[in-house]
Design a binder for this molecule. Structure first.
Ligand code: ATP
Length: 430
């Protein structure tokens, strides 16, 4: 983790939040390279979840919601007991239940367990709306993005042609008063989530079918991004860990340097969310089956993951180091820059002009980096560290035969490629 964190800072992937003021715990700023990585991940996810599917539509709901929505979902009443948190695994316990605390310590087999101070805490981050002092309304920044989807269930039904089974996808920020943020961006107080709420008939066998479908589908998603199979696993929730309404729950976990950790959750939530919102809003949130005319509150199979957490795990899988160099073996689809263009030397106008022409042409169809500093070796090293799959060098031969040297990141092999074929050559790999 340490060399990766250093690389992320050095190359503009992730900076500590508000760094010049001494930081703000649990917040991170993604730099010029990191912002591209995030965007690529979100674009790929949206393409997979929405663009290529007939049964999912996407929405973008507000971060600030009527506080009643949080009452309905149980967030305002949950998490108000004084709790202490195990600093090893982040499980929280009531300090007034010493038996449970002791038996938890025993699960860490001889390790000295440190606990946070007891705190009465609610995960929701409060905010205040209104300009008149004393007359402001207390609201919450959303603790998860799910509620914004459920409250729009009827709007989506009324404005699209979806029929059950169908899903609503969303990407957006969530905020949590985590008492122990840490492990770099793994546990932050502000983060993004990517979710699909998939509504199905309220039926046990439908529930099992779609739950299994989404487990497989999401595992394949992470594998399609080049994650290592051996670092991923499913972990079904124990009965005493599951929310009281959950019919089935499993996590996709990653084998991190500090043990197996949740990367995403897949839950069969039954009709809990829609029923609660129906009850609290007094609005009809049932679905009428167009064939049978039967009205029912659908069940929801939720797939929910963060953005920064999977990206951290992807970066850990991608990080490579040998005696000569450090590099990110990122899937080219995710790589912040798809290529970098260099003139062999910066002080030969012909070379710079030709390289500039190639750079300006290529960047119409992909994100391309430019570098004319230092020597070629240093430029390769800088691009390797941000995972750029191809480096293109314009040299004296280019001026004669219109070919360039293309150097591939992982094999470090170099090939001469005609300038006219460059774009197709790179797009083929992407
Ligand atoms: P944890 O047990 O690690 O606190 P959770 O079970 O509370 O996670 P969910 O509410 O299921 O998490 O959120 C879904 C996903 O959102 C998680 O799998 C994770 O990828 C991401 N996520 C949740 N909390 C955080 C956080 N504090 N920082 C970054 N990502 C988070």
């Amino acid at each position: 983790m340490e060399p990766l964190v250093a690389l992320c800072k050095r190359r503009g992937i992730v900076f500590p939040g508000s760094e010049i003021y001494g930081g703000l715990a649990g917040t991170w700023d993604w730099g010029p390279v990191g912002a591209l990585l995030k965007k690529n991940y979100k674009d790929l996810w949206w393409k997979d979840a929405v663009q290529l599917r007939d049964d999912i539509v996407g929405i973008d709901s507000a971060i600030m919601m009527n506080p009643k929505a949080w009452e309905a979902s149980g967030h305002t009443t949950g998490f108000v007991d004084p709790l202490i948190e195990c600093k090893i695994c982040h499980q929280r316990f009531r300090p007034d239940k010493p038996k449970e605390v002791k038996s938890h310590e025993a699960t860490h087999r001889g390790k000295a367990v440190e606990w946070t101070e007891p705190q009465k805490f609610n995960l929701l981050v409060k905010a205040y709306l209104g300009i008149i002092e004393g007359k402001q309304t207390e609201i919450f920044l959303r603790g998860e993005i799910t509620n914004g989807v459920h409250v729009n269930f009827k709007n989506v039904l009324d404005t699209t042609r979806v029929k059950i089974p169908f899903g609503i996808a969303q990407i957006g920020k969530a905020f949590r008063n985590e008492i122990t943020p840490g492990n770099f961006v793994f546990r932050s107080r502000e983060f993004e989530q990517l979710e699909v709420q998939f509504y199905i008939k309220p039926d046990e066998s439908e529930g099992r079918k779609w739950f299994e479908y989404w487990k497989k589908d999401r595992m394949n998603w992470f594998l399609s991004l080049g994650m290592k199979r051996e670092n991923l696993r499913f972990r079904d929730h124990e009965d005493d860990e599951k929310a009281h309404y959950a019919k089935a729950a499993t996590d996709i976990e990653y084998n991190s340097p500090w043990g197996w950790q949740e990367m995403m959750g897949i839950h069969n939530r039954g009709d809990w969310d829609l029923s609660r919102h129906q009850q609290f809003s007094d609005k009809n949130l049932t679905y009428r089956d167009p064939e049978t005319n039967e009205a029912y509150v659908p069940w929801d199979i939720e797939t929910s993951s963060g953005l920064e957490r999977p990206l951290l795990f992807i970066l850990l899988d991608a990080y490579h180091k040998d005696e000569k160099r450090e590099w990110l073996q990122l899937d080219p689809k995710l790589a912040p820059y798809k290529a970098a263009v260099f003139p062999l030397v910066p002080n030969k106008p012909d070379l710079v002009a030709k390289a500039g022409e190639i750079y300006h042409n290529l960047r119409k169809s992909m994100m391309v980096s430019w570098d004319d500093r230092g020597n070629i070796g240093k430029r390769y090293a800088a691009q390797d560290e941000v995972g750029t799959p191809f480096c293109i060098t314009v040299d004296y031969t280019t001026l004669e035969d219109q070919t360039v040297t293309v150097r591939e990141r992982d094999s470090m092999e170099q090939k001469r490629v005609p300038v006219s074929e460059l774009e197709a050559y790179i797009l083929k790999v992407l």
